[in-house]
Ligand binder design. Sequence first.
Ligand code: ADP
Ligand code: TRP
Length: 326
Amino acid sequence: MKQTVLAGIRATSKLHIGNYLGAVKGMLELEKSGEYETFFMVADIHAITTPFDPEGLRKNKYEVVIDYLACGLDPEKSVIFLQSMVGEHAEFAFYLSSLVTIARMQHLPTFKEKVKQYPESTSLALLNYPTLMASDILLYNASKVPVGIDQEPHLEIAREIARKLNSTYSLAFNEATRFATEGQYVPSLTGEGKMSKSVEGSAIMLTDDFETIKNKLFAVPTDSGKGEGVPISGGVKTLLELTTLFLGVEKRKEYELMYLSDGIKYKQMKEELAEEVYKVLIPIQEKRRYFENNPQIVVEVINYGKNKAQKVASENLAKVKFAMGL
Ligand code: ADP
Ligand code: TRP
């Protein structure tokens, strides 16, 4: 029996290069290895844990599927599906919520951040976010989860819940670990925090054209170009990180040496970076256009994925319900 991989991305917008490097690249690698049963979902239920509008959600869940396909995920090798189409996810999350305390959830750094971001909308669903994510993972008994480093606190909860399920009901769930990529933390173009869909001006989207990418990179805050030590934060750090990810670590070292001697010419650096980022995005954008023009293929992928996912999810859920006496 092959081990299982599961990952998801919230259906809040189209994807950016942080999502691609931190999550989708890991999905692609695990899919290609052929060593796992791979399940890749669009977390549309997770999208209702913070303020959303139904029309946006209706659109965005398809956008993420299109991004998955455009990035090269193969529906013949992986099960690609929408979380809300497999009712077991929400059902199991409720059962799992009996195993976690409110205090544990309230103290999670990811919860606290969202409370700060949306102080008026701290719903019970938001508090339950990690329980729903544990449900996603455990329904397929996944052992590996390709996600960025920001998701580690949620994986810790999923492991705690797995242990609790196993000890309380004599079950045998895996404790899933994160599958990390080189781009597990892509910093924001603003120079503060991580690149994120929900932070204005922080991200390069997979759909951005060359001009847009160039303009966004030119807006990254910089300094005089030289100094005593290489910057460990801010816009220059972001540019150096992107250089490592798109041009390689040797190129980054060159820039670091320049910073410590004659100085970096940011115009040249940003132009070179824009070209390399765009080169990576060209084939993704071409594939995206194909799926945009063939929406029936996208719908087929989703319906096919739903059936395959539900088969596994319902079998696993039945076992847990029995063990719990339900
Ligand atoms: P966002 O924070 O932009 O709303 P999500 O929370 O939907 O994105 O994240 C989707 C996936 O992409 C997760 O696996 C997450 O860890 C990863 N991810 C998001 N932002 C980054 C980033 N800046 N660097 C690396 N991975 C990221
Ligand atoms: N919480 C993840 C994010 O913000 C999305 C997600 C939902 C997920 N369910 C998951 C990721 C299950 C991995 C496994 O990106």
